[in-house]
Design a binder for this molecule. Structure first.
Ligand code: SAH
Length: 355
């Protein structure tokens, strides 16, 4: 690893921590720390030399002690249909991750990754095929958004943590990220516009409930019962479905944030009428809605997309039982596929070794 990579990452520090270090280790005033924090997190500076209202001497001392995490987009695919952009970003250690920019009527949304790879093993997901490589730092989660704002020249108003990785398997960095991105000294994105998606790590959902955050929790449910869930998601063997749902309800009680239940519809696995009925019963009375996602076939896996009419019928069954359900609009359909596939293709083409 280069000496640069061994330096402390200044973007990882929240504003209180940065102030403390600037005051105690650099004998600077608090307002300097505020200026530097704003350079990093409001103006998205990529280098200390950008910080024009900071003295040259301090900039040099800072760059000797710290590095700045910057994401470098190494491949960008742009949809001609809806303006969706998919990014392959390179990290300082040459790992690559995916992030996605989507334009909606209500604003711009970014889907970020929380880990390089994933160890949860969901059987339809490409991100997990080679397992977990490493966690992303909070700074690397922030930097995905900064890089996209820089590239598009647009403001991001919504964030979904639904790229590669299991965010609650990288709990501390995820919570640090949420606090920093919603800090008014940074991009100040409302916590209510942030959704964190989890495969259902029960103790972590309960812990998240106590953080005093206002983010939306999305549960990857994908099944109307324990048996089907175990077939699709190995993590289901560790946490009984009823316990996962209890933890989600606890999250609702603590935060009063309505839940999202994600349900990847897989042909012949979880897409029939009885399963829709069972799902309706399972979550009746819970404070949430269902997001149906026609599964995106992954070439390494044998699962098939469901027929459109089956998805709409599934939705109709839920609705007729009083469960609010939407079918996810596929964004950027013309620019390649499912979660984690772009990264895999990039790695294969570039001949990058992932282990
Ligand atoms: N680990 C987290 C977040 C990452 S995945 C989680 O499990 O929720 C984001 C969502 O995309 C999850 O609901 C996941 O199950 C879903 N997903 C993964 N691969 C998919 C595929 N091939 N087709 C449709 N949805 C997929």
């Amino acid at each position: 690893m280069s000496s640069e990579a061994q330096k402390r990452d200044i973007c990882e520090l929240n504003s209180e921590e940065l102030s403390e270090i600037l005051i105690n280790e650099f004998s600077e005033k608090r307002f300097r720390a505020t200026q530097i924090y704003e350079w990093l997190h409001k103006k998205k500076a990529a280098d200390f030399s950008d910080m024009t209202n900071i003295s040259k001497d301090l900039r040099e001392r800072l760059s000797e002690a710290f590095r700045i995490t910057v994401m470098e987009p190494v491949e960008i695919l742009t949809s001609k249909k809806d303006g969706t952009k998919k990014y392959i970003m390179r990290l300082y250690d040459n790992n690559v991750i995916e992030s996605v920019f989507m334009k909606y009527k209500h604003g711009n949304s970014v889907c970020i990754s929380s880990q390089v790879g994933c160890r949860m093993g969901c059987s339809f997901c490409a991100s997990t095929i080679d397992g977990l490589v490493r966690n992303l730092s909070a700074a690397e989660m922030l930097a995905q958004i900064y890089a996209i704002e820089r590239d598009t020249g647009e403001r991001v108003s919504n964030i979904v943590v639904m790229g590669s990785g299991e965010p609650l398997d990288n709990y501390d960095e995820l919570v640090r990220f949420v606090r920093m991105i919603s800090d008014d000294r940074g991009l100040n994105i409302s916590q209510r516009n942030i959704t964190v998606s989890t495969c259902g790590l029960v103790p972590r959902i309960r812990q998240l409930s106590e953080e005093g955050l206002q983010i939306t929790l999305a549960l990857s449910l994908h099944a109307p019962n324990q048996a089907v869930r175990e077939r699709l998601m190995p993590v289901a063997k560790a946490y009984e479905l009823s316990d996962v749902l209890k933890a989600c309800e606890y999250y609702y009680e603590k935060t009063k944030r309505r839940l999202t239940f994600e349900y990847a519809v897989v042909k012949g696995v979880n897409d029939n009428r009885e399963e829709a009925l069972q799902l309706a019963k399972l979550i009746k009375g819970m404070h949430g809605h269902v997001n149906l996602i026609p599964v995106n076939p992954v070439k390494e896996r044998s699962y098939e997309s469901p027929d459109k009419k089956d998805v709409y019928e599934f939705q109709a069954v839920l609705e007729s039982h009083g469960i609010n359900a939407t079918v996810r609009r596929e964004m950027g359909r013309d620019i390649d596929g499912a979660c984690g596939q772009l990264r895999r293709r990039y790695i294969e083409n570039a001949g990058i070794c992932t282990d």
